[in-house]
Each structure stands twice: as C-alpha cells, then as structure tokens.
Ligand binder design. Structure first.
Ligand SMILES: *Cc1c(COP(=O)(O)O)cnc(C)c1O
Length: 432
C-alpha cells in the first residue's frame, strides 16, 4: 500500500542531507567578519584592506572565468542592475521565459520595461532561440535566458539570435552556478550573467546575489547602480578609510551585500566544485535507475554541457505513467514514501499568482496584457504537468539515498492504479 494511503513508507527514519552545509570554518569566517566591525562596504575599514564583498565579487568572477564580478543583496537586485546597466527602461520590451521563478519578470517591471513572456522547450523547460525570434519586436531591448533546474539553455543559439538582432542577452544562472557549456561557464556568454545566492540555491548565503561581466563599462555602471552611485577607491582603503567613492555617472540605489554575508560566501565558494562532483555521481546513478522504470527519464542535458549544475533535479514522466493522477498527486505520494519533498515545477508565469502587475500602481500604468501574455505556452504547461523535482541537497548523500528514490518511484508507478478512486486520500496527504 502507498504510504500516502497508510502503507509502510519506502524510507524509514534515515535523515536526508541538510542544506545549507557549514562547519567550523564557516563559523570562523563569519566571526572574523563580525569582529572586523566593518559589517558593510559602505562603512569604513578599521584595519584597512578590501571589503569581503569586493573580495567575493573578484573570487566569483575568477571562478566563472569572467573579468568582473559585483556582489549584491539578492539575485533579483542583480537582474535590476543588469537591466539598468544595459540602459533598459520605459517603452522597452524584454523577453522572459514563461517558466521560471517570478524575479526575471518583476525585475523588468522594476526598471519600467515590459516583460514579454515566451514559451519554453517542453523537455528542458528552457527558452529557445526560435521562441525568442518569434517574439522580437521593434521595442525588444534584451532577453533574459534562465538555465533552469538542472540543465542549460542552448546558449550558443541564443547568442546567435540576440547578436543578429542587436539586443542584449542576460543569462540568469540562479539555478546553474558553475555549469559549463563547451568548457566555458554559463553567465559568460551573454552581456551579463546574474546569480541568486539565496538559501536554497547551490551556492547559498541566505539572501544574496551577484552579477558577472567581461565589460569594464557594464561593471562600473553596475557598481554605481548597486551602491548609490559609488564605486571602489582605486587601491584598497587604508586603516580607518572608506572604500566607496562617489562617481555619480549613473544614479544608483542600495543593493549592497553585507560583509557578514560575503564572509559566508568566501567560505562556501571553494566547496562548490566538490559538491558539484558529488551530485554528479548521484545524478548518474539516478539516471541509470530511471532508465529501468517505464515512462521515466531525467531532464535532458545538451551534449555541450561538460560540467553540470543541479539546483532542482528533474524527473520527466510520459503521459499516463502514473495513470490519470495529476503531477501534484504523484509528488505527494513520493513525498510520503521518501520523507523529503518531491514537488512539481511552479505554475507558468502567465497564470502565476506571483505575477500581478495590476496590483501595483507604478506597474499597472504601463502593463499591457496582450503584449506580455499574448502567446500560447504549451511547452511550459507540458513541462509543468510532467516533471517531478527534488532539491539538489538530496544528491549530496550516499548511494543508498538514490536506491530509496528509485524504489519509491517504482512503487508509486506500480501502484498508480490506486490513485484512481483514492483521490480524496491523496488530497488529505497533500494538506498534511
Ligand atoms: C532564485 C531565483 C531568482 C531570485 O533570486 P533572489 O536572490 O531570491 O532575489 C532569480 N531568478 C531565478 C531563475 C531564480 O531561481
């Protein structure tokens, strides 16, 4: 019997890996930032030297093979300063995939431009060059491409479209830190790469973000945009001096990353490659097992991807694999078997509760439903209804964890007849 109907769950009390991961080295970094009394890049440097937020920007750029990196308080802020640095504003349109976290769309609204939503590849959930081409208008100024969940958008084809159209490409790598396409890190193909470093992400610091670029001009603009029109002093500040100097070439806001947060990130970044490697081993085991359960497979990853990043591991199922049960019911049944959350992707943005521009006067003024939502989104809907997601931390453990996941999938698949007629019990499971 399925655990959701009162049967014995596949997994007993064994704990799943916790996330985020930290140890006494993280504690020492955090304590050092605390004791420095600096706390903010805007505050003076009692002992002198570069701020931790500057050091992290530099280290993160180096990690990705980019020339410049800017630390910010959120991935959403990185999107806003990227758009502003590129000169996107009122009257402009920015192409955004229909299937993603809401921030790429809201960031476009925040700079006064209109997000134009486009459909995605039903297999990967990523935006495609064809969809971008079909949505171009005389007002299109930029494309935000999202490398979704555990795969990478076909970034070479996207670069070809945006450069032919003379518009900017922003890569949102919030779900793909450190992924590589033909030996080069994602985020370095477009004009600017942006990253969320929120608590759930595979490089995490609670609330944080970053932007990378190879353009000195865009870097300087992003520095000012994130620190009330200030950039860095030429050399590191001396003891008792300030590191930020007024440049005033473009007016900014305050999206600065705290020194305490930067301390955590300086500890976390050197761990990322080991975590990638560990997840890759578990992902391969999972893929091998999925091939033996009819109707199941992993989200495809293009052959050009030579280092994979996983934010959410996606399992696809063919229609009918779990009888007539909707994805929410399958996910709830698996969650009950495993004791870790299995969940469907979020609703595509055109029907998301989180994208409500009419609810804010400054967005309602220029919102245009027909321009923003005037396409169909069968690819996004298919992906949403036929994908099961697991958080990346589930892949940071042992082989036995993967066996449990495969056993649960096989069990729920074998007993999927039990869903028909047992919907009320399943619903009870969802609300529990
Ligand atoms: C998480 C996420 C963001 C938002 O980042 P915050 O740090 O929460 O502001 C933006 N884009 C994508 C694709 C994300 O997954």
């Amino acid at each position: 019997m399925l655990a959701i109907h009162g049967g014995e769950p596949v997994r007993g009390a064994a704990a799943w890996p916790r996330w985020p991961q930290y140890d006494e080295r993280t504690e020492a970094e955090l304590l050092a930032a605390l004791r420095s009394s600096r706390w903010s890049v805007s505050w003076y440097a009692p002992e002198g030297g570069k701020s931790r937020e500057r050091l992290f920007g530099e280290a993160f750029a180096r990690y990705n093979g980019a020339a410049y990196g800017v630390s910010v308080d959120h991935g959403s802020s990185a999107l806003v300063i990227a758009l502003e640095a590129l000169g996107v504003g009122p009257g402009d349109e920015v192409i955004v995939p229909a299937l993603t976290w809401v921030a790429p769309a809201t960031a476009v609204l925040r700079v006064g431009a209109l997000p134009v939503l486009v459909d995605v590849d039903p297999d990967t959930g990523c935006v495609t060059a064809d969809q971008v081409r079909a949505a171009l208008s005389g007002r299109t100024r930029a494309v935000i491409a999202v490398h979704l969940a555990c795969t990478v958008a076909r970034v070479d084809e996207l670069v070809a479209v945006t450069s032919a159209a003379g518009i900017a490409l922003i890569e949102d790598c919030s779900q793909s830190h450190g992924a590589r396409w033909s030996g080069r890190a994602v985020g370095t193909f477009g004009d600017i790469g942006v990253f969320s470093l929120g608590a759930a992400k595979s490089l995490a610091a609670g609330e944080a973000g970053a932007a990378i670029t190879d353009s000195l001009e865009l870097y300087r603009r992003m520095l000012m945009l994130r620190a009330d029109s200030r950039g860095y002093s030429e050399g590191p500040p001396g003891a008792g001096e300030y590191e930020l100097v007024e440049l005033g070439e473009i007016m900014g806001g305050n999206y600065c990353m705290s020194e305490l947060t930067a301390g955590i990130l300086l500890d976390q970044l050197p761990r990322l490659n080991d975590q990638h490697a560990r997840r890759a081993v578990r992902a391969t085991e999972l893929e091998d097992g999925l091939a033996r359960i009819p109707g199941l497979s992993s989200i495809p990853v293009p052959a050009q991807v030579d280092r994979r990043a996983v934010y959410e591991y996606g399992i696809r199922f063919e229609p009918g694999t779990f009888g007539t049960a909707p994805v929410e019911h399958v996910a709830a049944a698996l969650t009950a078997e495993l004791g870790t959350k299995v969940y469907p992707p979020r609703a595509p943005l055109p029907r998301s509760n989180l994208l409500r521009p009419q609810s804010k006067p400054r967005f309602a003024r220029f919102w245009d439903d027909d321009r923003a939502f005037g396409r169909t989104f069968p690819g996004a809907e298919h992906y949403r209804e036929h994908t099961l997601l697991l958080h990346h931390s589930v892949l940071l453990g042992e082989r036995a964890d993967i066996d449990d996941i495969l056993t649960a999938l096989a069990k729920v698949h074998a007993l999927s007849d039990a869903f028909d007629g047992a919907d009320s019990a399943v619903r009870k499971g969802i609300s529990a």
